[in-house]
Design a protein around this ligand. Structure first.
Ligand SMILES: [Zn+2]
Length: 473
């Protein structure tokens, strides 16, 4: 019976991989074996949504876990709700019920750890907190690095330490992960690294000469390449130590490259067209002041101050998202929570009457398609009714209309500003998620062949179960 080893790397990108391939000695060999390593991520390609789909094989309208990460506040309180939804539904739960011994280390959002047929170790999603494990005593046997999601929010003068610490955590997790694999000999081994994603978010522009905010020669120029080389070594260690009759998969939840440098200020566009109404008075003055302040700070390279000031503000999330300004009673549409400064967005519609609702959805789609940039080019790649993209029992958690912008544009929420502005947060967070994810296979099993490599991350769960000879019964 074949065994499976899965190395998950959050934000591992097929195009970046291709760019560095000649420096990646182990991955280059895999490349020569398979022609296609790109797999499609979910819409939106956010970590929570995409990993939930990988674990369960469910689309976002089925699992309904579609929140995006708020890098400003970093807060999400519902770790337990998410975990209790996932518990029992993941590929490792299914494998465990079929008596396969599993060993699951650092799965994103599957926190706290739950009882499995083997070992599960997981860290908190955003807020810090204890690493949890089943069985608990496993934490006494191994010294693990900090696990879980992003907690760092480095200022520019902290980037050097941030890189050093993140490199150390990555190497450490690779070593202890391999040790656990060799000690436990599980049928299903799944180890996830969450460090590359945060390195790219904060350092992309320092590495990319084509980024308009590239600062010139600098000490971080090769930092992303260095991480790809580090992952290549870690994967190489696993390949060299694979048990007989094993399949190794390298997967990512989404790609990660240059983040959008322009904002399409959709709140303002929809306000001008009468779909959104704002409260005037003092709130209007606050909004105008906010927009002007952020623009000025960014222009003078004081972007760290945007966040320092924002952190002192009460209701900072409402301020950032401009929600405090919206008169919901007199508005028929609103930007969905999943809209961030990236090209993936959605619009919620609230209007009485089924006929009116359907009419307004179509009208909004038409409106989106009519938005052009200063050269008269369309900015929207596509806009569709939710049900044309995904359907499932939790589809009401997705917005009524979904859309994707040209990749240089992100959704901006500011009011009283031009329809298109710079993305003033790009200097701070210059890497962004992409729909293209990675799927690579190392086959060390005689009775397994490569056919039916998944094209979408929704099929990864079934692929893993197939390797383990587990059907859908
Ligand atoms: Zn991710």
């Amino acid at each position: 019976m074949p065994k499976v080893v899965i190395i998950g790397i959050d934000g591992f990108d097929p195009l970046v991989l291709d760019r560095f391939r000649d420096s990646l000695l182990n991955l280059k060999r895999l490349y020569d074996d398979v022609s296609e390593i790109t797999i499609e991520s979910t819409f939106p390609p956010d970590s929570i949504c995409a990993w939930a789909s990988i674990y369960t094989g469910e689309n976002p309208a089925e699992h309904g876990l579609v929140e995006s990460i708020d890098y400003l506040s970093g807060k999400r309180a519902d770790d337990k709700d998410r975990s209790s939804y996932l518990q029992g539904r993941t590929f490792w739960d299914i494998a465990g019920r079929k008596d396969r011994k599993v060993c699951i280390i650092n799965p994103f959002i599957a926190y706290p750890a739950w009882e499995v047929n083997g070992i599960m170790i997981s860290g908190p999603v955003f807020e810090g907190g204890e690493t949890t494990a089943y069985p608990r005593d496993i934490l006494k046997r191994y010294t693990l690095p900090p696990l879980g999601g992003m907690v760092d929010f480095p200022r520019r003068d902290e980037l050097k330490d941030f890189v050093k610490r993140t490199e150390k955590i990555t190497r450490w997790l690779g070593e202890v992960g391999l040790k656990i694999y060799l000690d436990e000999k599980p049928d299903l081994f799944f180890l996830t690294f969450l460090t590359l994603d945060r390195i790219k978010h904060f350092l992309w522009r320092y590495t990319d000469e084509d980024d308009r905010y590239y600062p010139g020669e600098n000490e971080f120029k090769d930092v992303i390449k260095r991480f790809y080389i580090l992952f290549d070594r870690i994967i190489g260690e696993f390949i060299n130590n694979l048990y007989d009759d094993s399949i190794l998969l390298v997967i990512s939840d989404h790609g990660h490259r240059r983040r959008c440098t322009k904002s399409l200020n959709l709140n303002e566009i929809l306000r001008k067209k009468g779909y959104i109404n704002t409260a005037g008075g003092i709130k209007g003055i606050i909004e105008r002041t906010k927009v002007l302040t952020i623009r000025t700070l960014s222009r003078y390279n004081l972007e760290d101050w945007i966040y320092r000031i924002a952190r002192l503000m009460p209701h900072r999330k409402a301020l950032k998202r401009s929600t405090y300004l919206i008169d919901t009673e007199r508005s028929t549409v609103s930007l969905a929570n999943l809209c961030g400064a990236n090209p993936y967005g959605g619009i919620d519609i609230s209007i009485d009457g089924y006929g009116e609702l359907e009419r307004l959805k179509k009208e909004i789609i038409t409106t989106l398609y009519q938005i052009n940039n200063e050269y008269g080019q369309r900015i929207i790649k596509w806009a569709r009714l939710r049900e044309e993209v995904y359907s499932g029992r939790n589809e009401d958690k997705l917005p009524d209309v979904l859309f994707e912008l040209d990749e240089d544009y992100g959704v901006g929420r500011d009011f009283y500003t031009k329809p298109i502005t710079e993305n003033y947060t790009h200097k701070k967070i210059s890497g962004g998620h992409k729909r293209e994810a990675v799927f690579m296979v190392v086959n060390r099993s005689k009775d397994f062949n490569f056919v039916d490599i998944p094209l979408n991350i929704l099929s990864i769960r079934d692929y893993i179960l197939k390797i383990l000879h587990i059907g859908d019964d």
